[in-house]
Design a protein around this ligand. Sequence first.
Ligand code: UD1
Length: 371
Amino acid sequence: MVKKVKIINVVGARPNFMKIAPLMKEYRKYDSFEPIIVHTGQHYDANMSDLFFNQLQIPKPNISLGVGSDSHSKQTAKIMEKFEDVCLDVQPDAVLVVGDVNSTMACSLVASKMGIKIIHLEAGLRSYDRTMPEEINRLVTDALADILLTPSKDADENLLKEGVSPSKIFFVGNIMIDTLFQFLPLAEKSNIMNELNLEKENYILVTLHRPSNVDFKENISKIINAFEEIQKDIKIIFPIHPRTRNKLAEFGLNEYVNSLKNLILTEPIGYLDFQKLMSNSKLVITDSGGIQEETTALKIPCITVRENTERPITVTEGSNEIVGLDMEKMVNLTQKALNNQWKESKIPLFWDGKTSQRVLKVLEDYFVKKG
Ligand code: UD1
């Protein structure tokens, strides 16, 4: 029997799960690969992790490292220690990492020290803002990777500027959109809008969890003040990330937030309910990277509460606008969305639901055909 190519696929945090799901499905079409899932445990709450495995039909992880939360360096170090043992044991031909979370960088570092090939899916994105932990994760991972799979052409250009050899760069498109398009019909059946008493386009969906927004009382207060204005006109649904929940409590802001009648906080919600809410909303306000992309693919207006984005194509081609902490701009743009005056947008090239197919072709050419 021909030896299979053993690839460890790393997941750690919520935004990784929708990137790995379509890939696991696509591997099954090939006899030549033996995919193994390693979950670092960076996210561990049931509604931040297990729920996504179930809904996205991802096979159970073969190995779980159970690292949990800690400071960035300690979390990274714990993942590295445990992942080295996994690599020694499994002896993979390659490690595939996705996105830009701490698990992505930690496992790339381990693989590089052990001479194992590294595949980075969602390579080349740059915010050029090194105060963002994810930017450091992206820079390190891309510097080490052997195969860099990019979601958009601007990512290719960033890598070329950094001196990455063109032979390592493969434009495959946006893997998360594979998951979005696959699960939209199922998401449409979700009952979440009835549960929250919502009608199509009569609410705004909000997510916020970036340290730059939620870890400073001044910034999060500024944002909630703007929400106080906006919720006078339209309901705001705000599924709340654990980091944000902890910070609101720490800053003594719970009472204020709860006093705003049209600002409705929920626990973090699963993938299908979230897609249902997003695809039926009038507008999304977020600081997430993935949601900027999903709203672009759905052509839903999106306001991003960050000073920059590593996904500029969502602004130049898509339905995204960047406002930073300029809350006046946010309120004005919200009015524009409510008045149906949002800019025209289009869906970027290769955000078509077929990225996992292109990824597997690249991997087959690299590991199987070239031997
Ligand atoms: C991480 C990623 C970020 C991604 C986000 C999506 C890094 C550097 N950041 O940020 O890029 O956009 O995930 O969610 O990798 N917590 C829980 N339960 C959990 C997970 C976390 O309660 O299951 C709490 C803990 O108090 C933890 C805090 O949330 O300290 C933050 O978690 P952490 O994984 O450090 O970073 P995120 O803010 O989630």
